[in-house]
Design a protein around this ligand. Structure first.
Ligand SMILES: NC(=O)c1ccc[n+]([C@@H]2O[C@H](COP(=O)([O-])OP(=O)(O)OC[C@H]3O[C@@H](n4cnc5c(N)ncnc54)[C@H](OP(=O)(O)O)[C@@H]3O)[C@@H](O)[C@H]2O)c1
Length: 323
């Protein structure tokens, strides 16, 4: 089968389309014939710096059709439409930029007929991230205000839609060229993140944000504390050296600060399974209660371009890769 692999970490050009052995599903795994995968910043970060066994097939999430089932699998049959994520991490690091992949059943859910393979692949990692951040960590509730940084990004655009469908009020940021799209997804207010008075504008729009989803805490942790409501929840999903310069204000507001990762799900059995979250995301998409946007589609041969774009370009939603 064809797969996009790298033999050493480095720039996107280390990605090579190779012919490799089709894997067999182990116990409680299925073999998926991949119809679509999507590209995430984490794929590019892992490629750039490691770690992981080499050669490595890139890619975290996929959608496709079950081609074979391993021993002990009772919930899936050959021919079922499925989608999955978490394939970049731990012992499940098989990757998804390929014609086939083996997937443990707890990283998988049925893909409803009304949801395309591209949509399934596009929503998987970012949708589970937004779900876990807003619902599991922050406990977002209807009528509360959620301030989400980067409402056009992979995580951001699904988070905006999820907050809206929950009956919460999403306030977000984006470049002006994305404002129309982000409003269509359900954002109550979209603010240009380059404006000088961003803190005041967010505070005015959110009247105290109950929940904040931040992937750039080095830049925004101070703003987050400023705009948070008393007892608010701030979830950081990225950042290497996050600090709170206004910790006294954070204490005074009695904020809850959460740190989360999607790169530890395979190694921490106590964390929630991906499958049940994917299942709910699939049902929301099928019911038109959530939307996932696909900026563009690349072939496997164009994987380096896709990896470069997800880091360097301003994307409207997700970039999808098809075998
Ligand atoms: N912890 C976890 O489990 C987890 C899971 C998923 C993702 N992540 C991480 O979260 C981050 C976002 O992931 P993603 O898939 O959403 O990436 P993405 O699709 O590239 O989205 C990034 C968003 O950030 C915006 N942005 C860039 N610079 C900004 C700035 N200075 N101020 C405000 N917004 C800015 C982008 O807007 P423009 O491009 O238009 O400027 C875009 O909306 C990545 O670092 C990723 O690795 C973590």
């Amino acid at each position: 089968m064809k797969a996009v692999q790298y033999q050493k970490s480095g720039d996107p050009d280390v990605l090579t389309l190779v012919e490799t052995e089709r894997p067999d599903p182990a116990r409680e795994e299925v073999l998926v014939e991949i119809r679509a995968a999507s590209v995430n910043p984490v794929d590019a970060k892992i490629r750039q710096s490691g770690p992981g066994r080499l050669p490595k097939t890139t890619g975290s999430d996929l959608a496709g059709v079950v081609a074979a089932v391993g021993d002990g699998v009772s919930d899936y049959d050959v021919g079922d439409r499925v989608f999955a994520t978490g394939l970049h991490t731990g012992r499940f690091s098989g990757g998804s930029f390929a014609e086939f992949a083996t997937v443990p059943t707890d990283l998988l859910a049925p893909l409803p007929d009304d949801v395309s393979f591209k949509e399934g692949a596009a929503v998987a990692l970012v949708g589970v991230t937004a779900w876990r951040a807003l619902l599991h960590h922050a406990g977002l509730e209807p009528v509360e205000t959620a301030f989400i940084h980067g409402g056009n990004g992979g995580v951001g655009h699904v988070a905006v839609g999820l907050a809206d469908t929950l009956g919460s009020t999403p306030v977000t940021t984006a470049r002006p060229s994305h404002h129309e799209m982000v409003s269509e997804l359900g954002a109550e207010t979209v603010l240009d993140y380059t404006r000088d008075d961003l803190t005041e504008a967010v505070r005015e729009a959110s009247t105290g944000a109950d929940v904040i989803l931040d992937h750039l805490p080095e830049t925004y942790s101070e703003l987050d504390v400023e705009v948070a409501a008393f007892n608010g929840d701030v979830v950081f999903i990225a950042g290497e050296t996050t600090s709170l310069p206004n910790a006294a204000m954070a204490r005074s507001k009695e904020l809850d600060v959460h740190l989360m990762s999607m790169s530890n799900l395979a190694t921490h059995a106590e964390l929630p399974n991906i499958g049940p979250i994917l299942d709910r995301l699939g049902r929301l998409l099928a019911a038109d209660r959530l939307d996932v946007r696909i900026d563009r589609t690349h072939s496997l041969a164009e994987a380096a371009e896709a990896h470069r774009a997800v880091i360097e370009e301003s994307i409207a939603g997700k970039i999808v890769v098809v075998p």
